[in-house]
Ligand binder design. Structure first.
Ligand SMILES: Nc1nc2c(ncn2[C@@H]2O[C@H](COP(=O)(O)OP(=O)(O)OP(=O)(O)O)[C@@H](O)[C@H]2O)c(=O)[nH]1
Ligand SMILES: [Mg+2]
Length: 382
């Protein structure tokens, strides 16, 4: 499963950093009585009981002032894009102001589950704020922290889990997974979507059979009745010729898009490849900065395939990691990586931005499927 991103927001000096340190039992952030101590979002990936794998994010105060302050506020608000669960920290001796109310509005609008935590209960001045889902804590004394964790754990358990592939197969089904091992594949391991698919199939009691593209033919002739073939989309062309039409075929990237709820939009985006004019602007965006495999596909292979497929010349731009342009209006199409390293909320927010600004968006695998002429076949499972 993917890591739950839990972010702490609030005004300066509310005690966000103090609470984060208590919550993680680590000295993650600097605490001081100077307003504006935290100047950049601080992220920490960790395993936290009873929550499981999480990313904890401390943020600068949302009421900072001046030009620099505004930049800090912007960074904090940017964190909302990747937030799965928001903790709004309120200084109980001050109470709830407009800043907090506006944040709550944003959480509600974006359907981000949130908790309001009234901090500094030790000061005794905690006002009865009568807000939904609020609780009091003292980050200073360490009171109420376990209760807070328990509440967060409940939210995590309640978040809807969409299966990756297990709803498409039955117990005992043989599913063949095609993982090419070329020079661009990471050394000594499988990438996250492959691990996730295998894990989900095992959980279902299905039988994953993992092969390289070069052994796919042999595998199909040896293993008996195959329920489905799931391939790395880079070898879509080759694999679609080997797998008989009656066996359903899809890719890891398509399953991921379905899992993240962005399959329809991505398919629509892929069809734009047929519409683009010469000189159109295409943004190719990577979710991470360290996968050589993706980089190679994104900056080299994909532009080449697109030129070949369309016979046209385009202007390509590239972004990677957490950078993703706010204003997408100068692009005609966005092609994103499978986003295996990005949290669900971050991915959803990128696709939502594109949709709001009316810019078509798709992902690598689906774009490749389109260019290989097999898109209809590989998205049948929708
Ligand atoms: N009495 C009391 N003081 C607290 C509590 N939590 C934090 N403080 C104090 O409040 C001040 C601000 O705490 P921080 O944790 O740095 O607050 P912050 O929200 O991270 O502040 P910025 O990073 O400046 O936005 C520090 O002096 C803390 O010691 C609490 O529960 N009770
Ligand atoms: Mg702080």
């Amino acid at each position: 499963m993917e890591r739950t991103h839990i972010a702490f927001f609030g005004r300066r000096n509310a005690g966000k950093s103090s609470l984060v340190n208590r919550f993680t039992s680590q000295e993650l952030s600097i605490v001081s009585d100077v307003a504006g101590t935290t100047t950049d979002p601080v992220r920490k990936t960790m395993e936290l009981l009873p929550l499981g794998p999480v990313v904890i994010i401390d943020t600068p105060g949302i009421d900072d002032e001046g030009a620099l302050g505004n930049q800090r506020i912007e960074r904090s608000l940017r964190v909302i894009d990747e937030t799965d669960i928001a903790i709004l920290v309120v200084d109980g001796s001050i109470g709830l102001g407009d800043d907090e109310k506006q944040l709550i509005d944003v959480f509600v609008r974006r359907k981000i589950p949130y908790l309001v935590v009234i901090n500094k209960s030790d000061l005794g001045a905690v006002t009865d704020l009568e807000i939904k889902d609020s609780m009091t804590v003292s980050a200073l004394k360490g009171e109420g922290i376990e209760e807070l964790k328990e509440k967060v754990a409940v939210i995590i358990r309640e978040r809807k889990v969409r299966p990756l592939v297990s709803d498409l197969v039955e117990e005992g089904d043989i599913v063949v997974l095609v993982v090419p091992i070329d020079s661009s594949a990471p050394k000594d391991r499988l990438i996250l979507p492959q691990q996730m698919v295998i894990r989900d199939l095992l959980g279902k009691g299905a039988i994953p059979v993992v092969v390289k593209d070069t052994e796919l033919g042999i595998a199909l002739s040896k293993v008996g009745k195959v329920r489905m073939v799931i391939t790395d989309s880079q070898v879509f062309g080759k694999v679609s010729k080997i797998v008989p039409d009656e066996i359903p075929l899809t890719s890891f990237s398509i399953l991921m898009a379905r899992f993240k709820g962005i399959l329809d939009q991505s398919v629509g985006g892929a069809y734009m490849l047929d519409e683009l004019e010469n000189g159109a602007k295409i943004l190719i965006s990577e979710g991470c900065t360290h996968h050589r495999q993706c980089e190679d596909i994104g900056t080299v292979k994909l532009p080449n395939w697109i030129r070949e497929y369309t016979g046209k010349d385009f202007e390509f731009s590239f972004t990677s990691g957490l950078e993703f342009p706010k204003d997408l209006s100068s692009y005609d199409l966005i092609i994103h990586c499978g986003a295996c390293m990005l949290g669900e909320t971050e991915v959803a927010s990128r696709y939502r931005k594109a949709k709001e600004q009316g810019i078509p968006m798709t992902n690598y695998g689906i774009a490749i499927g389109k260019m290989k002429g097999i898109l209809d076949r590989v998205i049948k499972l929708r």
